[in-house]
Design a protein around this ligand. Structure first.
Ligand code: PMP
Length: 457
């Protein structure tokens, strides 16, 4: 396994270090103030009060020279940290040979598809075909089309709290008022079922687990007359819900959903865009459940510094699709493909997946222990280095922390040089999702500061 010393060399030393009187500093503040004049603030980080200037490993400098530890990794994108020396080398080498071939075969995309087949989860491993896109949204668009084409069916079943992208079909299965309000009508044929989010489940569970209830409900929907879910092409599910609040259900839910899919004849699609690429302590987060998915969507951490996303399909399904029916000009750019292969190598050679499981458990144990004296923590949960800390106003009633409290926490962290971004249906879940290359020392420093800040809000 890669050593702590080797990992430390990938980032700036001495982080965090804030040298301005408060953040954002004057230069960043000026850039943030003028940004809305030139770029749409509909983008995800539009309102976040930080400007990146230099990124190295898990550390980031802003234009004022403040140095941060980034515990967000750009929402899980920088899986091996920013500008990893081997990634820089791969970009240099590949850009001197071939940059892009515009959907024509190129040597790198061919190698990448083979490599992905070798790391795909059981059921798909060396029995799958990749289709490349440039973003997670694009991958979900195509997964929906492929599932419909293969099954000859129309409906898609997704879950409350789901985030799958913001294009057309992907937006139709994404939940969240801010992504939907005023943008409809959306693609028809979409059904949303409850996700096993036990901390905020709206119905009584009796003596069953939330996973059992939600899994049984999917079976009821798909396999009972008069539920109107009679033409379902695919069930699309995040094995750990991301934007919906970092919710990691137990395997039982996925096993029940898979069984219900098989009975109905629907495909099981695991959206691994956020939880994949080793983050949860397995290469693919669905592997924790033992379920063999029919399709996987991937993105974010696979490309890391350069865009790479796509769909991994079981071979017998992929072979039913028509050749040249889904052209994409910028898919599998040769440089992005080379970088993605390098990321996979760095993850495998450094045993970063096993390390994510170990370090993630240490962090979660620590936060859970500390939460006994921090009533603002309603629940800390997670899998590997995908940890959510749900903040509340009142632990008894579970009333979510409001926008003011979350702003105090996020700004308190930034003022101390720690980058963490919230998520969740009420925006009250802090997510810890650093690059898999974060040192124990930096991770512990970030958690020290987090616990201090939480103690003051
Ligand atoms: N699926 C999941 C699970 C995601 O978390 C995201 C992005 N947050 C997407 C799809 C969409 O990815 P992208 O932003 O690359 O379009």
């Amino acid at each position: 396994m890669i050593t702590e010393q080797e990992l430390a060399e990938l980032s700036f030393a001495d982080a965090p270090k804030i040298i301005t009187d408060g953040v954002p500093g004057p230069k960043a503040a000026e850039l943030l103030a003028e940004a809305p004049e030139f770029e749409s603030m509909t983008r995800g980080g539009g309102g976040f009060p930080l400007v990146f200037d230099v990124g190295k490993g898990v550390t980031v400098k802003d234009p004022d020279g403040n140095l941060y530890i980034d515990v967000s990794a750009g929402v899980g994108v920088s899986s091996v940290g920013r500008s990893h020396p081997r990634v820089i080398e791969a970009i240099k080498r590949q850009s001197q040979i071939l940059t892009h071939a515009s959907d024509i075969s190129n040597t790198r995309r061919g190698e990448l598809a083979k490599k992905i087949a070798s790391i795909a989860p059981p059921g798909l491993r060396n029995n799958c075909i990749s289709y490349f896109t440039q973003s997670g949204s694009g991958a979900l668009e195509c997964a929906i089309k492929f599932a419909r084409r293969v099954t000859g069916r129309n409906q898609i079943l997704a879950f409350h709290g789901a985030y799958h992208g913001v294009w057309a079909a992907s937006n139709a299965i994404t939940t969240g008022d801010q992504y939907r309000r005023g943008y409809g009508p959306f693609m028809g044929g979409v059904i949303h079922a409850p996700y096993p989010y036990a901390y905020r489940f709206p119905l009584p569970l009796g003596d069953k687990s939330c996973e059992e209830v939600c899994g049984d409900y999917v079976d009821y929907l798909l396999n009972t007359p008069y539920t109107a879910a009679d033409d379902v092409a695919a069930v699309i599910v995040e094995p750990v819900q991301g934007e919906g609040g970092y919710v990691p259900p137990a395997p039982e839910f996925f096993l029940k959903v898979k069984a219900a899919c098989e009975k109905h004849g629907a495909l099981f699609v695991a959206d691994e865009v956020q939880a994949g690429t080793g983050r949860t302590g397995k290469m693919w987060s669905i592997e924790h459940s033992g379920v063999e998915p029919d399709l996987i969507t991937f993105g974010k951490g696979m490309g890391g510094d350069l865009p790479m996303a796509g769909v991994i399909m079981r071979k017998d399904l992929a072979q039913q699709l028509d050749d040249m029916s889904q052209p994409q000009t910028f898919a599998a750019n040769a440089v992005s493909s080379a970088v993605t292969m390098t990321n996979i190598d760095v993850i495998q050679e450094g045993e970063l997946v096993t390390r994510a499981a170990q370090l993630g458990k240490e962090v979660l144990d620590r936060v859970q222990a500390a939460s006994e004296n921090l009533p603002i923590i309603g629940e800390a949960r997670g899998r590997g280095l995908m940890i959510g800390i749900e903040l509340v106003k009142d632990r008894e009633t579970r009333e979510p922390a409001d926008g003011d409290m979350m702003m105090k926490v996020v700004m308190g962290l930034l003022a101390n040089g720690i980058i963490m971004v919230p998520c969740g249906r009420n925006g009250n879940v802090l997510r810890l999702m650093p690059s898999l290359t974060i040192t124990r020392d930096y991770m512990n420093k970030a958690v020290d500061i987090l616990l201090d800040v939480l103690g003051t809000v």
